[in-house]
Design a protein around this ligand. Structure first.
Ligand code: NAD
Length: 246
């Protein structure tokens, strides 16, 4: 990063992995903005980070007008340098029992929302001839076939593929886009969906025999948006204790 302070928007930044990404980027000197659904959670997250409440933006990633307006307004405070697409929802349901409504809802937030935010940032960078970096949060469920993840895993596999495609479209304009695919990480999302049996199954399949921490994911994201990763583009980096190699 240059000495000029740049802003970064972290979607899903009020909780879990997104919150820790925001913390690590704040500590590294970025002007951090959070985008999330609930005002109270945003205010609480801003308080914990020690940043003003007006850096917490109440919006839904699938609302393209709201996302476009938000990125424009953030860029007026400090040059937009990066966005991190961390907002996501999941469901652990056998495909046979999954409703089409639930299938679509997960694809919409995880995939379409990622597209909407990435496109809004790229439009800003292209219009102003500025460089930019995007990191999407995928999942090992998008890299391996895990039972119960028909919609979630498909949405995350598509995020990795979208990353490759957008890299080919925007790479020559100095915009980098990569995906971090976390393995199992202790967060409110896994607290909700991982029963003791599910946890036991994950532990058995992870070479490092433990869940990851939000900090381990955040460190990988911070590296990928930094200039240290200036020639890394279109990639998916699994941060998973070896899960996808086992
Ligand atoms: P979390 O539930 O703690 O946080 C997700 C945040 O996203 C919440 O604050 C939520 O309000 C926000 N969000 C959801 N839908 C949104 C929308 N439409 N618009 C704006 N914000 C929205 O979850 P987490 O475990 O921290 O997961 C964060 C990301 O990491 C997700 O994309 C998830 O799929 C991915 N991931 C998590 C794990 C894990 O083990 N926790 C593993 C792999 C990938």
């Amino acid at each position: 990063m240059t000495s000029e302070i740049k802003s970064v928007v972290v979607t899903g930044g009020a909780s879990g992995i997104g919150f820790d990404i925001a913390g690590v980027l704040h500590a590294r000197g970025w002007q951090v903005h959070l985008l999330d659904l609930k005002r109270e959670s945003l205010d609480a997250a801003c308080d914990k980070l020690g940043i003003p409440h007006d850096r917490g933006h109440n919006a839904n990633v699938v609302d393209e007008d709201a996302v476009d307006a938000l990125l424009q307004s953030v860029a007026q405070h400090a040059q937009l340098g990066a966005v991190v697409n961390c907002a996501g929802i999941g469901q652990d349901t056998p495909a046979i029992d999954m409703t089409v409504e639930d299938f679509r809802r997960i694809i919409d937030v995880n995939l379409t929302g990622t597209f909407i935010v990435a496109r809004a940032a790229a439009r800003y960078w292209l219009a102003n001839t500025l460089p930019g970096a995007i990191v999407n949060i995928g999942s090992v469920s998008g890299l391996t076939g895990n039972k119960g993840r028909a919609s979630y895993g498909s949405s995350k596999a598509a995020v990795s593929h979208l990353t490759r495609i957008l890299c080919t479209e925007w790479g020559s304009d100095n915009i980098r886009i990569n995906t971090v695919a976390p393995g199992a990480v202790n967060t409110p999302l896994t607290d909700l969906h991982h029963t003791p049996d599910v946890r036991q199954q994950w532990h058995e399949r992870i070479p490092q025999k433990r869940y990851g921490t939000t900090r381990e994911i955040a460190n990988a994201v911070a590296f990928l948006i930094s200039d240290e990763a200036s020639y890394i583009n279109g990639q998916t980096l699994a941060v998973d204790g070896g899960f996808t190699t086992a």
